[in-house]
Structure formats: structure tokens, C-alpha cells
Write a protein that binds this ligand. Structure first.
Ligand code: C2E
Ligand code: MG
Ligand code: MG
Length: 536
């Protein structure tokens, strides 16, 4: 019987794998049934006569023969039907699972979550509330593009595994395109606990990830929408949570933001802002401020980073992270890059002829600027026009700028390097960063993002990562500058770990040009008097 069942299941599977023509399949069954029936009708009496000699017993057995046929064929059909239906159920369950669950993480996908939420809302009391959190990995497409989708997939799966234990039974975690979704019950999570949860997720993602020997750092941005105030169905809540992500990404990344409905107003403000920026560029109303970079052992200024500043007539002082990003989308960035290069080259020429001749100026080049051939030739002609010593100018680019157009970016970095500029990789450790791939870049300096500095002494794992980066930079012969040093503890930790260069509010805020002169001259005087007293 077991073998028969096995055979039937095997045949069933074979048939299903033919992706069946149901009519012919059923027709085949019918023919087999008819043949067996006909054979039975024609031959069963002969077989019975061969077994039973006695006539009265023969007549008796004939009635049983009919029953035997009905029961056996019924049983056979029951077995066939049951095994076929079981198989169909397994296949349809598998299909439903594939359509509603993410195969990588086994988490419900957005479709499933949307069904669950809409169903949940239909049972909810209006006073119940919950939060939908959309989490998006920062610059995740870079991982896929640079390292391949298989690494991206493994990374997502590893992060999901580390986050899963943070989710309680009453909450739901789901998978969305470049991140995850969380549904949190607000009865259990009043706002402050929700914030704790968001912090935990952030901390969990901000670790180092070792995928196939590639050490990766990830950050994420989360948007929160609340039911019922931000929407009373999944579609509206999802839109609101994603809008919150965009609201945040305009200011920075690696954080969370609760949806605020004024966002659409902000779009209008953006258009006004760009119009005003265009006018300011035409009128040369932008200016640069300078933040000192220190050699920390001797507490000596070695250079300044030029940071752009703009005061809009309507919005007042606007952060460069905001207007630089806006202007990247409008093409205004080319004018800004040109302005920065021209100002810094002129200034470097001026400094080369006074007391600041050994001081380096570092400038920030935008992602679009790095891919712009016109800007490259403009820079080349400025270098020739002003006859400057380019080794006193540092150009800072971010990883995102490299990845946006990798081959062109590398070619242009080499071009700038050949002109004599030194190249710094800025904000290393924010968004996506890869240690392995550092070896291949034509850079001289690595600037570690302030998100790392912020956690010094508070998070052992991050301290270890920082130490690993310091060692690697040393091994690769890269000059290391740590950004965002705000207190003496951070400075001391870095000094202990043999970091030579640092920048941050602890050493000095960005300042106007006139203060640069005073600061450097005082620094020289202090150094001189220290030297003298050392000699005495
Ligand atoms: P960045 O190049 O990483 O510049 C460092 C930013 O960190 C500056 O912000 C600086 O004021 C701030 N900072 C320095 N020390 C500390 C500290 O100890 N603590 C904290 N919390 N912050 C510190 P800023 O001037 O707002 O510039 C933001 C970003 O805008 C820059 O980041 C850079 O990416 C971009 N940017 C600034 N100027 C220019 C420019 O001229 N051209 C381009 N393309 N981008 C620029
Ligand atoms: Mg910079
Ligand atoms: Mg930076």
C-alpha cells in the first residue's frame, strides 16, 4: 500500500510538473477507469469461476464481486484525489508564501504587511493607535553596485537576523525594498519607548558587518508615521513614513524623523530658495568660512577647511548640507564649485606670499563637480593663471561622489592628483563605507566622519572599529584626519591611538577669514615662545 501511495504521488508530481493540460489528464483517467471497468465486467466472472467450483457459492460471490469493485475503485479514487489535492495545496501555499514573504529574510513583504495593517485597522477602535516605521539603508545601492547583489543580499539578511530579537511578539517586522518596515503597537510603546526602540535599531545597524571578508559600515534613516493622525490606511501611512525619511535626508542621514505634514509646504520653499541662491551666486553673495585642522601632538594648526556659507534673504542662514544637495539637483552646483575653486586658489596664492605660506586649504568638491569635465579644465586654467603651489590645496570628495559615476570620478581624481592637489576622502564611515575598496582609490587623506568621534568611549565595538581604521590608514599610507572632535576625552583617545590630525569644535569653530590670520599668527607666536622656553 505504501509503495502504491508513493507511486501515485510520484505520478501526481510528474503530472503537475508537466504543467498539466487538465482536459487530457482527466480524459486519461476516464479511459483508464473505463478500461479497468470493461475488463472487470468481461473477465471477472471467468476469474471467479476459475476460483469457485460450487454454483451456489459462485452466485453469492457474484454479489460480493460488485461490492468489491465499488469499494476498491472508490478507495483508489479517494487516495488519488487526496494526494493530488494535498499537492495542490502545498504548491498554492508555497506560491502564496512566495508572493507575500521575502525569501531572503523570511519576513512579510510590503504587500503582506499592507494586508495585515488594513485588516488590523478594520478591527481597531478609533482610540487605538500604532506606528509604522519605514527604515531605509543609507546609500544601499552603492553596496549592490560596487560589491554585487550577492553581498547586498547577505548584508540585508545579516542585519535582519540581528534586528529580529529586538522585536516583541506584539510587533511586526517586514521587508521593504532597501530596508525594513516595523509596525509598533503604541499602547505598548508610548513615544519615549518608541524613541528607545528607534535608537536600538540605529545602534544595531551602525556596527561593522563582515560579509565575505568585506568589512562594511552601514547607517540607516527611519521615518515614523502614526495611526490615526497621519493616515487611516496602509497606503497613507506608508506615504507619510517615507515622506518623513525624505524630510530627514534633506538635513542628514543616520537618524529618525516623525512625519510632519508641513513637508509639502517645504517643497514650495525649496523653489523659492533655489531662485534666491541663483541670484546670490550671480551677485557673489556667497562666502567661505574656515575651520582649523590641527596636528594634535604639538597642538599646531596645519590647515583650514573652507566651508561655504549663504544667507538667504527669506530663510536666513541656510546649512550647506541643505543648499548643496538642492543645488545638485538644479545644476547650480557647477557655479558653486567654480566659485569655491576660484576663491581658494586665489587665497592660496595670497597665503603663499605671507606668513600663512605653509598652511594648507582644504575645499569640498561636490559629486556632480567631480564628474564635470568643464570644471576640470577650468581648474587647470586657474592653476596656470595664478601659478600656485597646488600641494597646499586639498580636495575633499565623498564616497557617494565617487560611486555616482565611478570611472569618470577616478579619472578626474587622477587628473587633479596629477595637477598636484592632494585628495581627501571625506565623511568616511557615514552612509556606506568599505575598507577593502579603500586600497584601490587614488587618495592621500582619509577624513573620518564625526559620527565615529561622537561615540568615542561610549561604545566598545565602535572604538575597536575606529582603531582598525586607524591601523588600516597607517598600513595604506593614508594621512588620517578625524572630524568632529568636541572634547578633550575624544582628543586624548585619538592621541593615544596615534591619530595625528584632528578637526572639530574642540579646536575651533568655522571662522571668518580675518580671524584665520589672527589665529595662525597667535599660534606661531605661541609655538615660538614655547620653543624658546624649551631651549632655555
Ligand atoms: P564636511 O565637509 O564634512 O564639513 C564638516 C562639517 O562639520 C561642517 O558643517 C562643520 O561646521 C561641521 N563640524 C566641524 N566640527 C564639528 C564638531 O566638532 N561637531 C559638529 N557637530 N560639527 C562639526 P557645515 O559647514 O554645515 O558643512 C556641512 C557639509 O556641507 C560639509 O561637510 C560638506 O559636505 C558640505 N559643504 C560645506 N561647504 C561646501 C562647499 O564649499 N562645497 C561643497 N560641495 N560642499 C560643501
Ligand atoms: Mg569636508
Ligand atoms: Mg566631513
Amino acid at each position: 500500500m505504501k509503495r502504491l501511495l508513493g507511486l501515485i504521488q510520484h505520478l501526481n508530481r510528474k503530472r503537475l510538473s508537466l504543467q498539466g493540460k487538465p482536459f487530457f489528464e482527466a480524459f486519461r483517467f476516464l479511459i483508464i477507469y473505463l478500461i479497468i471497468g470493461i475488463v472487470w465486467i468481461m473477465w471477472s466472472d471467468h476469474w471467479l469461476a476459475a476460483i469457485v467450483d460450487d454454483y451456489s457459492a459462485f452466485i453469492k460471490m457474484q454479489t460480493y464481486k460488485g461490492w468489491f469493485y465499488v469499494i476498491t475503485s472508490g478507495l483508489l479514487f479517494f487516495i488519488i484525489l487526496k494526494s493530488r489535492l494535498t499537492l495542490l495545496k502545498v504548491l498554492s501555499d508555497r506560491l502564496i508564501h512566495q508572493a507575500t514573504y521575502d525569501p531572503l529574510t523570511q519576513l512579510p513583504n510590503r504587500n503582506k504587511l499592507s494586508q495585515m495593517i488594513d485588516q488590523m485597522i478594520s478591527y481597531k477602535n478609533p482610540e487605538d493607535n500604532f506606528a509604522l516605521i519605514c527604515m531605509d539603508f543609507d546609500d544601499f545601492s552603492n553596496v549592490n553596485e560596487l560589491l554585487g547583489y550577492h553581498i547586498g543580499d547577505q548584508l540585508i539578511a545579516s542585519i535582519a537576523d540581528r534586528i529580529k530579537p529586538l522585536i516583541s511578539e506584539d510587533d511586526i517586522m517586514g521587508r521593504d525594498s532597501d530596508g525594513f518596515l516595523f509596525l509598533m503597537d503604541m499602547k505598548i510603546y508610548p513615544d519615549n519607548q518608541l524613541i528607545n526602540f528607534l535608537e536600538e535599531i540605529k545602534k544595531c545597524v551602525n556596527q561593522s558587518w563582515n560579509i565575505e571578508n568585506q568589512i562594511l559600515f552601514m547607517t540607516c534613516t527611519m521615518g515614523v508615521a502614526r495611526y490615526p493622525i497621519n493616515g487611516d490606511n496602509f497606503a497613507d501611512l506608508y506615504k507619510a513614513a517615507n515622506a518623513a525619511i525624505h524630510q530627514l535626508k534633506e538635513k542628514g542621514k543616520n537618524d529618525y524623523h516623525f512625519f510632519t505634514p508641513s513637508f509639502h509646504l517645504q517643497r514650495l520653499e525649496r523653489v523659492t530658495m533655489m531662485n534666491e541662491l541663483r541670484k546670490s551666486i550671480d551677485n557673489r553673495d556667497l562666502n567661505l568660512v574656515f575651520q582649523p585642522i590641527y596636528q594634535m601632538i604639538e597642538n599646531k594648526i596645519i590647515g583650514f577647511e573652507a566651508l561655504i556659507r549663504w544667507k538667504s534673504p527669506t530663510f536666513g542662514q541656510v546649512s550647506p548640507s541643505i543648499f548643496i544637495e538642492y543645488s545638485e539637483n538644479t545644476g547650480l552646483i557647477h557655479l558653486i564649485d567654480e566659485f569655491v575653486f576660484e576663491s581658494v586658489i586665489k587665497l592660496s596664492k595670497e597665503w603663499s606670499q605671507n606668513e600663512l605660506k605653509d598652511i594648507i586649504i582644504s575645499l569640498n568638491l561636490s559629486a556632480k563637480g567631480l564628474a564635470n569635465a568643464q570644471l576640470m579644465s577650468k581648474v587647470q586654467s586657474l592653476v596656470h593663471q595664478y601659478q600656485i603651489d597646488t600641494s597646499h590645496i586639498q580636495i575633499e570628495v565623498t564616497e557617494t561622489a565617487l560611486i555616482a559615476n565611478f570611472d569618470v570620478a577616478i579619472e578626474n581624481l587622477r587628473f587633479l592628483g596629477d595637477l598636484g592637489f592632494s585628495i581627501a576622502l571625506d565623511d568616511f564611515g557615514s552612509g556606506y563605507s568599505s575598507l577593502t575598496y579603500l586600497r584601490t582609490l587614488p587618495i592621500d587623506i582619509l577624513k573620518i566622519d564625526r559620527t565615529f568621534t561622537k561615540n568615542i568611549g561610549q561604545d566598545d565595538k565602535q572604538d575597536m572599529i575606529l582603531e582598525a581604521i586607524i591601523n588600516l590608514a597607517d598600513e595604506l599610507d593614508l594621512k588620517l584626519v578625524i572630524e568632529g572632535i568636541e572634547n578633550v576625552e575624544q582628543r586624548d583617545f585619538l592621541l593615544k591611538n596615534k591619530c595625528l590630525y584632528g578637526q572639530g569644535y574642540f579646536f575651533g569653530y568655522p571662522m571668518e577669514l580675518k580671524n584665520v590670520y589672527t589665529l595662525v599668527i597667535n599660534d606661531f607666536k605661541e609655538a615660538n615662545s614655547k620653543n624658546k622656553s624649551d631651549m632655555l
